[in-house]
Write a protein that binds this ligand. Structure first.
Ligand code: SF4
Ligand code: SF4
Length: 96
């Protein structure tokens, strides 16, 4: 099991979750439009869920149907950041 960040984080990325995660497993690089949870570092504590102001974090077992793609997308970022970023841009084109 892991927790997963979904599209509500895109272009919000305010880092409230990062401040509370006890194992520092929520990542982004400069230029990323959202944050990603490392699927094996996450200890499923759920603390981040309440911290997120836009309700962007779910347990993988509790993901809304329309957000299922984000389970893979969170994992993909750790293997191929450009591929993950391309999927985000395709899903929600940047304003500029
Ligand atoms: S708190 Fe929510 S919006 Fe902010 S970075 Fe974390 S998941 Fe994204
Ligand atoms: S569930 Fe816990 S360990 Fe996993 S990302 Fe959230 S705060 Fe970090």
């Amino acid at each position: 099991m892991t927790y997963v960040i979904i599209d509500a984080c895109i272009d919000v990325k305010d880092e409230s979750c990062v401040a509370v995660c006890p194992v520092d497993c929520i990542y982004a690089d400069e230029g990323d439009r959202m944050r990603y949870i490392h699927p094996t570092e996450c200890i499923d504590c759920a603390v981040c869920v309440e911290a997120c102001p836009v309700a962007a974090i779910y347990a993988d077992t509790d993901l809304p149907a329309e957000a299922q793609a984000f389970l893979d997308l969170n994992a993909i970022w750790f293997k191929d950041k450009d591929a993950a970023r391309a999927q985000i841009d395709a899903q929600k084109p940047a304003d500029h």
